[in-house]
Design a protein around this ligand. Sequence first.
Ligand code: NAD
Length: 486
Amino acid sequence: MSDSTPQIPIVVGADTLWEGSEGVGETTNPATGAVVATFARGGAAEVERAVAAARTAFDSGAWQRLRPFERGRILARIGELMLERRDVIARLECADSGKPLRDAYWEVDCAARFFEFYGGMVDKMHGSSIPLGPGLADWTVKEPIGVSLHIIPWNYPFQLIARGVAPALAAGCAVIIKPAAETPVSAYEFVKICLEAGLPAGQVNLVNGQGALVGDLLVRHRGVDQVTFTGSVATGQKVLAAAASHAIPTAMELGGKSPQILFGDADMERALPLIANGIFTHCGQVCNAGTRLLVERRQHDAVVAKLHDMAKAMTLGAGIDDPDMGPLISKVRQREVEAYMELAAQEGELLLGADLPADPALAAGNFVRPALVVGVTNAARVAQEEVFGPLLTVIPFDTTEEAIALANDSPFGLVAGVHTTSIDKALHVADSVRAGQIWINAFGVDLDVEFPFGGYKLSGFGREKGLEALASYQQIKNVCIRYTAG
Ligand code: NAD
């Protein structure tokens, strides 16, 4: 750590706090172990201040008093500033989260798209008029829900903050952001941009610290009106219980074990890179990773051989060198993923990909090899549990109905992919798989902010992205008048 090591503060209203009541923490580069930044670690005192700042901002009505098009312009300006600073933000994010540089650029670009998209929505949030007959007029208005808390995981911090905060601000809410302790750096860039673009002080507040302490205190605080949580199922369940203590609504974006169904008639040249990217992007640390490949039996061996070759050819390295795959976020996660690899070797046959990089400069990083496991059934733990690492479980099937049954035999239901040249099979699968999003001959679209995203079953509830996300941040008020004609 040097004197030039960035410092990440807590931001409450107009105040920037360089030290929290729990002191100062450090965040490290997962590829090297080097300190990336120090951050103020909040506690109960900062939670009180952040909620008070957000409440004052919301209750003062300063943001809502602006005309909708003026609010829209400020949100659009936030998007512009993100793009102007994309180099700085992407490099910080790359060091803090370990992801390859191109993925970090994608995060910034996608974050900017959220602000363009929701900035354009602020003056289009119409209510409805409801016919009740003569002498009665009735209509609905959409009002902001109040103070909205955003609890963020470490895998895509900048993009996930934007995903929730942009629609919350568009709806008129005041916001508190609680980043993951592993990746606090880009959140401060986010808050600086918001203030510079003209958001009133207190409209966006930032509290760093341990989730079990400040996250829990924030969720339980009576001054918070709504929670958007993105993270693991286990933590999500704690957040739900805490939110229930004062009966506030939550949006839950949790984990997944998403299937990719590969029929023998698929265009393999197109499908296999999508399947490999779907699991190995950001070292498998993606909620909607396609972690279970269900492949028609006659193609099983050929597909496994090709995917194994692709995995072996992948380069590993520090995010800044833009390798095919970066490291896992922490040593703890590295040990957990290695344990899943050992389990995979017991439950089936583990096909390891590339060797660990020989470069001694990477020896301190949290690297694991991309891997496939074959010869397991869907009942195996590696087919049922979220590994959150670069391990693809491959399971053969014989009929379309069997593929659908396997896809649905999961506690999760975030997304699913289907690869086939038969429109009948594709649409039958899309109708039958219980997941929030079905990809047909695709697995992701660049900078996708326009359509809704969210889970079935243990993958959560509520929807992020698209017009649907606004509902989490709005109350619907009905107004009814009785009048006398003439
Ligand atoms: P996590 O659940 O460990 O932590 C998420 C956040 O919750 C962090 O900010 C953490 O500090 C906070 N937290 C921890 N304990 C808390 C508590 N008791 N009360 C309030 N907050 C608390 O998740 P993670 O390891 O950071 O992220 C990985 C998980 O996130 C995976 O399961 C992944 O699938 C999921 N995820 C889901 C989506 C989605 O959109 N569905 C997107 C990204 C990640």
